[in-house]
Design a protein around this ligand. Structure first.
Ligand SMILES: Cc1cc2nc3c(=O)[nH]c(=O)nc-3n(C[C@H](O)[C@H](O)[C@H](O)COP(=O)(O)OP(=O)(O)OC[C@H]3O[C@@H](n4cnc5c(N)ncnc54)[C@H](O)[C@@H]3O)c2cc1C
Length: 528
């Protein structure tokens, strides 16, 4: 048994919630140990990426880029493939059909140093005060958390307030912005021109807010891995902070099994040996599935059933009226260019969040695959000339209340804990998206886009890992609910600080709020 001695505060996990909590604790003068599975990018890939990053992008060869870019296997019927980073799937725990069983859901568990921020899209938006009013958390507290999270991830925003700020005011000022593609620019111009008419239709469009903490070098590789690591990653914050902050210790390669009283026990990933650590307080930031597993094992139960909220999700191809012939050659970022918030009471009581993207190289791969499946490769040059510069995509997210709940079942077996995920009935989600598509058609057409709704893919529950609320914070917490400090009544030394404790999930992006709340809990707890 490896004994790691005793610590003041232990954070489990090094993803966005773990580091936001750790930062708050450090700011208040606490000594922090992060315990993490902490898998890192394979060394050979890391060297290739470093080689690219030290070269002038204009000197990169097609071969160099292709060796790091995942090929997209796209068919009409399949779901979009799981996003990898530099062709590596190291951010995700490897599929284990015994320990983790799911068929009609699409959740992932992170095992990476930096968690899923090593592969995320970096889209950041706060929740509106009106939509979290029922939470047992003060809006001011969360605002301070948002501001702290913004100092870490440095989100972009337009210099002057735009339509999005009217409804989702940002608690941070302008520091930098991102450039739009020609398609994005035209779209924004039209959105500004028709702002009043769109508003009447319940639609607000503005520039996307992106966690481009490293500043964008515009090489167009966001979807397969940025060699300059321009999109915020928690592991990079961790590395930088470890260099300067003596009060922070990192223990990687360790899987936490349970926490009982002041003792944490786990196993060393490399050898399977057990290890132990004692501390005054523990902050659970292992992602909802990882954290729920640790809670289940800490409670010593035989079986536990928990609800898991998720954002219903759809991906729809877009056809721009205008052909932007130069789009495939343009080198900008390939994340969402614009956010579109939609208020339609017939679809949802809360605004629907849409992320609009313009051309990216995956679109060419998808068109190619489509032509191949219909044996139409001969017309590819013609199709590319007249179609590629017209294509884009929109990702739509609904409030978690519109989707029912995934059921998580943890079961103790002689071989260890098994997690089974069961999907809720998705009929309502399909109906909601149908209503959304009908209601937004006019708004899209007004800004010069025809959405190809007949080609929309509605993701399985859990797609994109926008999941949480399995131990929701409540004013008067029940047995498996948490108080405003993320604490379960039966585990008094533990604060849960990831998405598990959010009472529900408004449709806007999830990670900014996860970080704001984790920072809030860390900060308040250090004062206790
Ligand atoms: C492809 C993709 C794109 C996304 N894009 C966006 C986006 O654009 N905007 C957005 O807001 N969100 C996005 N998300 C979601 C976002 O990545 C998550 O919300 C965020 O990473 C959650 O942070 P977390 O720290 O709570 O958990 P995670 O990032 O999951 O980190 C969990 C950490 O816990 C550690 N861990 C797990 N189990 C244990 C254990 N037993 N013992 C020790 N350590 C453990 C892991 O090693 C990891 O460090 C995306 C997700 C994916 C997969």
């Amino acid at each position: 048994m490896e004994n790691q001695g005793s610590a003041q505060c232990v954070v489990i996990g090094s993803g966005p919630s773990g580091i936001a909590c750790a930062k708050a604790l450090l700011e208040r003068g606490a000594a922090v140990t992060i315990v993490d599975i902490g898998v890192e990018l394979e060394r050979d890939i890391h060297h290739k990426v470093q080689a690219l990053a030290t070269q002038d992008p204009s000197k990169w060869t097609e071969g160099q880029i292709d060796s790091l870019k995942a090929p997209l296997e796209f068919t009409l019927s399949s779901e979009a493939p799981l996003k990898t980073v530099f062709r590596s799937s190291y951010p995700y725990q490897q599929p284990d059909p015994v320990r983790f069983q799911q068929t009609d859901t699409r959740c992932v568990v992170s095992q990476a140093k930096g968690g899923l921020s090593t592969v995320w899209g970096g889209h950041v938006m706060r929740y509106a005060a009106a939509h979290i009013r029922h939470w047992p958390v003060s809006n001011e507290d969360l605002d301070a958390g948002y501001a702290a999270a913004a100092r870490m991830i440095k989100p972009t925003r337009p210099k002057d307030d735009d339509a999005i700020d009217d409804y989702f005011p940002t608690p941070y000022g302008y520091t930098h912005d991102h450039n739009l593609t020609a398609q994005g620019e035209l779209l924004l111009q039209k959105a500004v021109k028709y702002k009043a008419q769109l508003k009447k239709q319940g639609v607000v469009i503005g520039k996307s807010r992106l966690a481009l903490s490293g500043g964008c070098k515009e090489v167009g590789l966001c979807l397969s891995g940025c060699p300059f690591f321009s999109i915020f990653q928690a592991d990079r914050w961790l590395e930088e902070t470890l260099q300067v902050e003596g009060a922070l210790r990192y223990l990687g390669g360790r899987e936490v099994v349970k926490i009982q009283g002041n003792t944490l026990t786990g196993i060393l990933r490399a050898s399977g040996e057990p290890f132990e650590l004692t501390a005054q307080k523990f902050f659970l930031a292992a992602g909802p599935l990882g954290s729920a597993r640790i809670v289940f094992q800490s409670l010593g139960l035989q079986e536990l059933e928990l609800p898991l909220a998720y954002h219903p999700y759809a991906l729809t191809p877009l056809l721009f009226f205008k052909n932007f012939v130069g789009a495939p050659q343009e080198r900008r970022h390939t994340l969402a260019q614009l956010f579109m918030e939609v208020w339609f009471p017939s679809v949802s009581q809360s605004p629907v969040h849409n992320q609009i993207s313009t051309y990216n190289p995956h679109i060419k791969d998808a068109v190619n695959a489509l032509l191949k499946s219909y044996r139409l490769q001969a017309v590819a040059p013609w199709v590319f000339k007249f179609l590629l510069g017209r294509l884009g995509a929109v990702q739509s997210y609904l409030h978690s209340n519109e989707g029912g709940k995934i059921t998580m079942i943890f079961r103790k077996t002689p071989g260890g804990t098994v997690l089974i995920l069961k999907s809720p009935n998705s009929t309502q989600v399909h109906q909601k998206f149908g209503a959304l598509f009908r209601s937004t058609l006019g708004a899209f057409m007004r800004v010069g886009i025809l959405p190809l709704f007949f080609m929309s893919k509605i993701g399985k529950p859990g797609t994109g890992n926008h999941i949480g609320s399995c131990f929701p914070m409540a004013h008067q917490p029940g047995e498996l609910q948490t108080d405003a400090m993320g604490q379960l009544p039966t585990l008094p030394t533990m604060h849960i600080v990831d998405a598990s404790v959010l009472p529900d999930l408004p449709a806007q992006t999830i990670t900014f709020t996860i970080m704001a709340n984790a920072h809030r809990i860390g900060s308040k707890s250090a004062l206790e």
